[in-house]
Design a protein around this ligand. Sequence first.
Ligand SMILES: [Zn+2]
Ligand SMILES: [Zn+2]
Length: 291
Amino acid sequence: MAADTLSSLLAIYRSFLLSPSMLWVFGLSTAFVGAGVLLGMRARVLSPAAIRNSLASLAILAFNILMAPVVYVLSDLVARGYGQLGIPSIPPSAWQGVPWLVVAVVGIVAKDFADYWCHRALHTPLGWPIHAVHHSDSHVNGFTAFRVHLLEVVTMKIFYIVLLTWIGIPTQLIVAAYVVASLHTAYVHLELDIDHGPLNWLIASPRFHRWHHADAPEAYGKNLANMIPLFDLMFGTYHRHDACDEPMGALRDGIPDTDPVKLVLLPFMLWARQVRAAAATAFVRMRETFR
Ligand SMILES: [Zn+2]
Ligand SMILES: [Zn+2]
């Protein structure tokens, strides 16, 4: 029984991590980030603190890759849920005859819409303990794209897989949307002062996302869109696009930035702190009531 479970888990590892589409994602993302880091190399990128910081990002990536089968199984369950629960959804056959490029663009826009609302939920008190790991990076560069807690990977995937499978986007185009979004995520985190001029509202630039990571109260919870800033303009969370010289990270909030073990445990520690604070408030109220 245990051997069966282990061999099916290993099969999922092989089919998921070594599938051609995932190898493309890993290969292209690594090449892209590597080229960008080289291009954007500045003295402070190579400071000992920045190197420790980037190593923490890579350690979190390694942990997430090891846990990938869990994400795979969960995503599969969500995708099959519609049929089993009898929830009406658009079948993939509805897209037959529509040029694949149009379907791919619809998939990318729909994915970004789901990502926007998921990101917004991650900036609420309940979601922040998970997302604080991504914001912990005080040296935002290409590696920051990998500094994402496993619970955030799962949450993000559930949000967009629920939407994209519901509108019937074929699986290969969901993977294509994922590849495009992964490359773009690596791009916006590069330590480069790039702006897209008249296309700023359509495609997020490194400048746009730098403001999202700024440790400046006026920018908290702003510029939430992953790829399409139009969603921020539509839903009232747009901040600005100019050069950002604010400090990066969430050190002001007491979030650690170089310890991967603390970062993996961070959500549970922050939730425990919230529960303790709520219990203390309830206790004080109760004591006042019965005095
Ligand atoms: Zn965020
Ligand atoms: Zn980011």
